[in-house]
Design a protein around this ligand. Structure first.
Ligand SMILES: NC(=O)c1ccc[n+]([C@@H]2O[C@H](COP(=O)([O-])OP(=O)(O)OC[C@H]3O[C@@H](n4cnc5c(N)ncnc54)[C@H](OP(=O)(O)O)[C@@H]3O)[C@@H](O)[C@H]2O)c1
Length: 378
């Protein structure tokens, strides 16, 4: 495992951080987490050298912190740092923030949280956090030793990231970033701004939630033609770790084999490791993905809820996936669900509430109609 210095904090972390948001249930489609399996995955990662564990109050129906707390018994807590998060929706004043933090400490079976994050903020949420005194609360908790670092995770456009980053004395930030998202959300500009300020950056969605692990045929052809053979996952992580501003790359793993593969990859990756030919390959791969991407929806859900019940990100995700992987919408399980729940684009009345909220400025109304025509054509 490669370890990196976390910017101005000066402490070391494993480059691979375990995301605790995607543990599965015992059987496919189960919503209840398979606790024993999750505990063994967590310990497998730690035994392999992972020192950064990422969870949140709301993950997995509020059970992720509990399972992580159990996994960190028997001496494992001392081997790792814990990152967890405060959701704006669960707090409204100092007392409720205190209650929430104490609940999280109890669930995690620990007396302190290393990295405490305001969860998934944009400018609007940041202003709301400020209005209820969250920055002062985090500072007080640092003094009391209940948290070590004041942090935030971010989903929004670059301009809002820049504003938030410069508006407070942050210890760390977590952003969505991968080789497809260079100009999306905080993007490369955001990563470099944080790097210049010495603020460590933790990466989420490094594989776009798993999509970049499964190369479509035109992408696979590029990987196959390259003289050095690597898996799609390795290319994605290698590209991320090439940047010196990346402190930790989170990956949510569901299988022991995924942990093992990621441990192997993170044994080899260092800043500046990519050759010009490799960087060119990743530019070509990005173009190949984009050439088959129907719409640049990132699933951020700013457009939701739709007043007429249209599952906008769900429809766009099916549309993109059918195009990327050349599969028929007829057999698509997500589309079946959308139709069964009556969340189709046939309910769109063109009110435009979604377009006003979309940070990517997508032509949602028109695209929904096109997507629905293509997806429902017999
Ligand atoms: N703060 C926030 O707002 C926020 C938002 C999103 C995520 N997060 C955090 O960031 C973490 C990372 O994000 P993410 O889970 O979306 O990460 P990700 O790395 O983009 O996607 C994780 C998925 O990638 C696949 N995967 C991982 N390793 C693999 C391997 N070696 N081979 C094949 N597939 C592999 C798995 O997909 P399958 O399950 O399909 O096998 C896994 O569920 C989350 O777990 C969570 O802790 C935070």
């Amino acid at each position: 495992m490669k370890y990196r210095t976390m910017g101005k904090l000066g402490i070391q972390s494993s480059a691979f951080g375990l995301g605790c948001m995607r543990f599965n249930g015992p059987a496919s489609g189960d919503t209840i987490i398979d606790e024993q399996k999750a505990i063994s995955l967590i310990r497998r990662a730690i035994d392999g050298g992972v020192t950064y564990m990422d969870t949140a109050y709301v993950y997995l129906d509020k059970t992720s912190e509990i399972v992580l707390g159990k996994a960190l018994r028997d001496g494992y807590r001392e081997k790792v740092t814990i990152a967890t998060k405060m959701p704006l929706e669960a707090v409204h004043d100092q007392a409720s923030m205190q209650e929430l933090l104490d609940t999280e400490l109890k669930k995690l079976q620990t007396d302190h949280i290393d990295f405490y994050l305001m969860h998934g903020i944009n400018k609007q949420k940041w202003e709301a956090f400020k209005a209820i005194g969250a920055p002062e609360f985090f500072d007080d908790m640092k003094k009391e030793g209940k948290i070590r670092y004041k942090c935030f995770s971010f989903h929004g456009p670059y301009e809002e990231f820049e504003y938030i980053l410069n508006d407070c004395d942050w210890d760390l930030t977590q952003i969505q970033y991968n080789f497809m998202d260079i100009n999306n959300q905080a993007g490369t500009k955001g990563l470099e701004l944080a790097y210049r300020k010495g603020i460590p950056v933790v990466i989420m969605e490094g594989l776009l939630g798993g999509r970049l692990a499964k190369a479509p045929a035109n992408v696979q052809a590029l990987y196959d033609a390259f003289p050095v053979k690597r898996s799609a996952v390795e290319w994605a992580f290698r590209w991320l770790c090439n940047h010196p501003g990346v402190s930790v790359v989170l990956s949510g793993c569901n299988e022991g084999e995924q942990i093992d593969e990621n441990l192997r990859i993170f044994d080899t990756v260092e800043p500046g490791i990519m050759t010009p030919e490799e960087l060119q390959l990743m530019d070509n791969v990005r173009e190949a993905y984009l050439s088959r991407t129907k719409i640049g929806c990132t699933g951020c859900r700013y457009c939701m809820p739709c007043p007429n019940g249209v599952n906008i990100p769900g429809i766009f995700s099916v549309w993109n996936n059918c195009s990327l992987y050349d599969t028929s919408p007829r057999w698509n399980w997500d589309l079946k669900q959308i139709r069964e729940k009556d969340n189709g684009a046939d309910h769109c009345i063109g009110c435009g509430a979604c377009e006003a909220a979309c940070p990517q400025h997508l032509p949602i109304i028109e695209s929904l109609q096109q997507a629905w025509r293509e997806l429902t054509a017999e």
